[in-house]
Design a protein around this ligand. Structure first.
Ligand code: ATP
Ligand code: MG
Length: 794
């Protein structure tokens, strides 16, 4: 018998206790949002350690983000102290990188391989599509990249795909060529793309059973959070790791996805615990497969299943809304979340005239909540698409609401950051020609495409790397100026290399990465070129590079023995949910995808409109609207006490204003749960509030918005009517103004509330879709939907 210290179980309900204490080969915990899945997983790890049933090194726990991994490690540490050192708690990608770094030499890579992010693979695919003239067959780089990614997630490699593809179709033939070339280029560059990290680890285990056995013997307890979002290759990886060590031969058959294994092995397989909620599966577009959960019992016969139904996060009103919405998905097991914390406040609904109006309401409510004692970092604002954050940010800045954008910074996608990292890669992995190509003329050294091709050919002829070819500048047959430039770059890289990768085999000093980065940016002339520039953006670029150096210093503090390769790994695996900045003291802004697994006292779900949530692109995809409903469910269930659902009647995006309609998901929420501060119905029936709408619009143009704020108390001046959900049902487009019959012709002059005066260049479309192409004196060309644009004829 096992004995778990009582304090680890204190406060847990019977099902949760069972999930922590059950000991058997396979355990599936299925439960709705906020029912303690992640908490139970954490306690389970703690109990294994506390009872000395496992060494920390025998535990492999998989989380969905690095941030979640950090939190789980922290939590286990709180529960068991230093006994937690040495566990692997990480994402699938990080775990695979660690394995690949150890084993890469088994199959023709070195330990210092580069990890290509999706921008890097896009660049490579683009070059190959061009070389193969694949666009002539309608193959765009993004389509090719998407298809390669999908195939890799299904564990199809270039050869196996080519065998099954229809080679009579020329487009398929070219695709296969590009796919094959892409894979060869990666191998040549000693690089893996994101999908490879998982897929190649699976191949490694399958090709080298004795290597796989090392990990099977090591990891005796494997735990996976958010199992509903695993894709096929991740599923296969888990299967490889949970086979009995020494069973060698592998599955003797694979039929309909079911693995049939060889004769029983003598050694025991690792124990596997997975937790998940099929209602929160939101990554089907990346290949996630809910069936991984629904078929768990078939894959692991005898698996124990624990259901958790009590929710500890949200009020009953919030849960009832979540339950009501998700019950509209078909093909799901009905489960009812309940809580004993009481009904709580009603869910607040608000419809703005524009997204600025909506954002102003959110900012105002945040201030009200904050004055009422809710800390800023206990509030979050969610949206479906990143582009929605701009209007919110504008208003938050004016209203002085402290905020942080989670995952939206895309810091590592900035050109100057990619350049700096390419310099580091050029040092760490000399075989990576793409990194070399990226930096060879940055800053400008007069090295053009012709010289690059010359170097590339020379390298191929001499069978050396591109990087080594630089060392032979005098043999390249290029002019003296270019020769000098190449020799200089070569010397700078060599100097950085000596600093960061001492040949003596001794460990470089902990600050080597930061110092080496400084050295590269300074001696290459990169910093100087930015300083000499008159472009104000270049100043921001210098700041960003300084920030990267600071990140490298921070890395050295946290990993005193970390190498340049470790640093590049960490940077490459930063995901959307891993904010760079400390979000304490600020309201968090993020997409609904990023919000998975998190919780806040107050949540604002914004842009609750058709075409946003459910998103337009989901409409045509099989299962699309259902996945959008799950995404909405994820958003709603992040809220502990207060939930706001807001929308706007018109939304300006990409210079065009369109009329928005309330999301169908709003209709699915029982009306008694909602308290409309301002419903679409109110807005439609109130001509008198037009001036407020205009104020909000002027605000967007930057003239005196957010002044005294007098009278802008939505709850006061707009008495909530009985909810006007019937109007939603009719899907009457909200009307701000109707210029439907305004007679306009090219040459007419008009005035726009935001853009000022302008002249019509052309009119296209008809009826409600009539669009005026207007050249404004101040802002240039804009396309306006005549019917609703705030314009007057002059
Ligand atoms: P999600 O589906 O969103 O990932 P989850 O099922 O992983 O949610 P947790 O995040 O583990 O749920 O738990 C939700 C909240 O409930 C957390 O604040 C957690 O601390 C709390 N909680 C879980 N179990 C209990 C319990 N038995 N007593 C009190 N609070 C609990
Ligand atoms: Mg969780």
């Amino acid at each position: 018998g096992t004995r778990v210290d009582e304090d680890l179980l204190a406060g847990l309900n019977p099902e949760q206790r069972e999930a922590v204490t059950y000991r058997g080969q396979a355990l599936l915990i299925v439960a709705g949002a906020g029912s303690g899945k992640t908490s139970v997983l954490t306690r389970r790890i703690a109990s294994l350690l506390r009872n000395k049933e496992a060494w920390p090194s025998q535990i492999l726990a998989i989380t969905f983000t690095n941030k979640a991994a950090g939190e789980m490690r922290e939590r286990v540490h709180q529960l068991v102290g230093d006994r937690s050192q040495g566990m692997w708690i990480s994402t699938f990608h990080s775990a695979c990188v660690r394995i690949l770094r150890r084993e890469a030499e088994q199959f023709g890579f070195t330990r210092s391989f580069t990890i290509y992010d999706s921008g890097d693979s896009r660049a490579l695919v683009k070059r190959l599509v061009k070389e193969h003239e694949a666009d002539a067959y309608g193959l765009t780089p993004s389509a090719v990249q998407g298809k390669i990614s999908k195939l890799k997630n299904e564990l199809a490699d270039a050869e196996s795909y080519a065998r099954s593809a229809n080679m009579n179709d020329p487009a398929e033939r070219v695709f296969c060529d590009v796919f094959g070339a892409y894979q060869r280029e990666l191998q040549r560059a000693n690089a893996f793309d994101f999908d490879d990290l998982i897929a190649q680890t699976v191949y490694l285990f399958r090709a080298f059973p004795q290597v796989a056995d090392v990990y099977r013997r090591r990891f005796r307890h494997i735990l996976v959070d958010e199992y509903q979002d695993t894709n096929h290759s991740q599923y296969a990886l888990i299967h490889e790791l949970t086979r009995p060590p020494g069973s060698d031969g592998g599955p003797i058959a694979e039929s309909g996805g079911m693995m049939i294994f060889d004769a029983p092995a003598t050694e025991e397989a690792a124990s596997l615990t997975v937790v998940g909620d099929s209602d929160q599966s939101i990554y089907a577009f990346r290949g996630a497969d809910i069936r991984n959960i629904s078929e768990f019992e078939r894959d692991f016969p005898g698996a124990k299943v624990v259901l958790l139904e009590q929710n500890y996060r949200s009020t009953q009103n919030i849960l009832s809304a979540a339950n009501a919405v998700i019950s509209h998905n078909f093909d799901r097991k009905d489960k009812r979340l309940w809580t004993d914390v009481g009904a709580g406040e009603k869910i607040v609904g608000f419809t703005g005239y524009s997204q600025h109006d909506e954002a102003q309401f959110v900012a105002d409510e945040i201030e009200v909540l904050h004055k009422g004692g809710v800390p800023y970092d206990q509030m979050a604002v969610f949206y479906r698409t990143n582009s929605q954050s701009r209007a919110l940010e504008e208003i938050f800045i004016r209203a002085a609401v402290p905020y942080k954008i989670m995952g939206g910074t895309k810091f590592y996608e900035r050109a100057e950051i990619k350049d700096a990292l390419a310099y580091l890669v050029a040092v760490a992995n000399p075989a990576d020609e793409m990194a070399m190509r990226r930096i060879i003329n940055k800053p400008r050294r007069g090295i053009g495409d012709v010289t690059i091709e010359t170097i590339s050919r020379y390298a191929a002829d001499e069978q050396i790397t591109f990087r080594d070819a630089l060392g032979n500048a005098s043999d390249l047959g290029v002019g003296p100026k270019i020769q000098a430039a190449i020799a200089h770059l070569d010397a700078v890289l060599a100097e950085a290399s000596d600093l960061m990768l001492p040949a003596s085999g001794e460990l470089p000093p902990p600050t080597a990465v930061a110092e080496g980065l400084q050295l590269l940016l300074t001696k290459s002339g990169y910093y100087d070129a930015l300083r000499a520039s008159r472009d104000p953006q270049d100043e921001a670029r210098i700041e960003n590079l300084d920030e990267l150096v600071a990140v490298a210093r921070e890395f050295a503090r946290n990993n005193p023995e970390g190498t340049i390769v470790d640093f590049l790994t960490e940077v490459a695996l930063v995901s959307d949910a891993d904010d760079l900045e400390d979000a304490s003291g600020s309201v968090s802004l993020m997409t609904m995808h990023t919000a998975k697994g998190l919780e806040y006292d107050a949540v604002f779900l914004t842009g609750v409109e058709e075409d946003l949530i459910p998103h337009r692109i989901s409409a045509g995809e099989p299962g699309g609207p259902q996945e959008e409903r799950r995404l909405f469910y994820v958003g709603v269930t992040r809220a502990r006490k207060r939930l706001y659902l807001t929308l706007a009647m018109t939304r300006a995006q990409f210079g065009e204003v369109s009329v928005a309609m309330p999301s169908r998901f709003l209709q699915e929420i029982p009306s008694e749960l909602l308290d409309w501060r301002q419903s679409p119905g109110d807005v439609n029936s109130r001509g008198g509030t037009q001036s407020r709408a205009l104020n909000a619009r002027r605000g967007s143009a930057g003239s005196g918005f957010g002044g005294s704020g007098s009278g802008r108390r939505y709850g006061d001046d707009l008495v909530p009517k009985s909810t006007s959900l019937e109007k939603f049902a009719n899907r009457v487009p909200a009307k701000v103004r109707d210029n439907g019959d305004m007679e306009l012709a090219p040459g007419d002059r008009i005035r726009h509330d935001d853009f000022g005066e302008g002249r019509i260049d052309a009119i296209t479309g008809e009826g409600a879709k009539r669009v005026a192409h207007v050249r404004f004196e101040k802002v240039g060309m804009k396309k306006l939907l005549v019917k609703i644009a705030p314009i007057a004829k002059l």
